[in-house]
Ligand binder design. Structure first.
Ligand code: NAG
Ligand code: NAG
Length: 321
């Protein structure tokens, strides 16, 4: 299980600096054992391949607009939708296409298809069947409600649900679990959880749409879907989807220790456009009518702000704009 951690991307930035500086100080420890290589790299394991469904498990109260922000984002990632309706550029699907670089580097060793995302099912739990305070184990139980074959089961918790570690040490997590479905021997499914931070910690998990709790304080950006919490969820979900595809079993692409990895998007903390620095998200597109900042077009006229992805072929952060 890997967390999309807090405190803040500014902290991530420091962490990133730390890891980037490590190779410069490539001394060995007192016992003569070389320091572990801390660069962003491929750890020779398996990525997610082939058709993979994204199932959404909604826990708690979300209104129709909030659900549409996420389900349109998921549809925008899926190729079938792209071919049907097309998307203005820069698009959500071109953002997702950038992870194909990871698959090209992997397939130098193995011949396999890249991941192809599909829209899965949606499950609603509007009556808080497990209460309003959830442990990570309960998050896993919720994730297991989705189909367990070739799936990424995404649990989304509403703003009035507290989750173990939420805001204090994480904005979301991703991981894998053994499938309990009878007849399927040895199947694993992947899961993601992201909480709506609107009322609990928008300054931690919805930056840059809210003043950050830590680090340099800039003016918050106007969120593209006019929902600070859910537009923050999109950033964290996008980041965790990229991590799930490229580091599903903790032996794929990441930087740093496997227990606290910096992955495809979290290795580029706080970067959304060119020229980003701590406290500044980078140069973005701005909607002249609403003033909202974004960097990707999705289906149904939606706009999104998506995180930078680490490009393993150039060892730099790549953004859509
Ligand atoms: C991946 O495998 C190659 C040999 O095939 C090895 O040299 C390299 O160190 C491995 N990388 C990691 C991170 O384990
Ligand atoms: C949830 O609660 C509402 C009102 O209390 C009720 O009308 C509805 O049927 C419940 N839904 C489920 C799935 O139990």
């Amino acid at each position: 299980m890997a967390s999309l951690s807090v405190p803040t991307r500014f902290f991530f930035f420091l962490l990133l600096l730390f890891f980037q500086l490590l190779p410069l100080f490539h001394f060995s420890s007192g016992k003569g054992i070389p320091e572990k290589d801390q660069r962003f790299q491929y750890h020779n394991g398996t990525l997610l391949h082939g058709k993979t469904s994204i199932n959404l498990i909604w826990y708690g109260k979300f209104n129709t607009n909030q659900r549409a922000i996420i389900s349109d984002f998921v549809s925008s990632l899926c190729k079938s939708t792209f071919f049907k309706v097309g998307q203005a550029q820069p698009s959500v699907s071109s953002w997702w296409k950038a992870i194909e670089k990871y698959y090209q580097m992997e397939s130098k060793k193995k011949k396999k298809d890249a991941i192809v995302l599909q829209e899965g099912k949606q499950i609603l739990d509007e009556n808080y069947s497990m209460g309003r305070t959830l442990s990570i184990l309960q998050i896993l139980q919720l994730a297991a409600r989705g189909e367990q074959k070739d799936a990424i089961n995404v649990v989304l918790t509403s703003s009035d649900v507290t989750v173990e570690g939420f805001c204090r040490s994480r904005c979301g997590i991703h991981g894998t679990s053994e499938s309990k479905t009878a007849g399927e021997h040895h199947n694993k499914f992947t899961y993601i959880w992201v909480g709506n931070p609107a009322s609990q910690c928008p300054g931690v998990c919805a930056w840059p749409f809210h003043q950050p709790v830590y680090g340099p304080k800039g003016t918050p950006l106007v969120p593209p879907n006019n929902d600070v919490g859910m537009d923050g969820v999109v950033i964290n979900l996008a980041s965790l989807l990229a991590a799930t595809a490229t580091n599903p079993f903790a032996d794929g692409f990441f930087q740093g220790p496997a227990e606290a990895p910096l992955e495809a998007a979290s290795a580029c903390p706080g970067v959304f456009g060119k020229g980003a620095y701590p406290g500044y998200a980078g140069k973005l597109l701005v909607d002249p009518k609403t003033g909202a900042s974004y960097n990707a077009y999705g289906i149904n006229g939606k706009k999104y702000l998506l995180p930078a992805l680490f490009d393993p072929s150039t060892n730099s952060c790549w953004t859509l704009v």
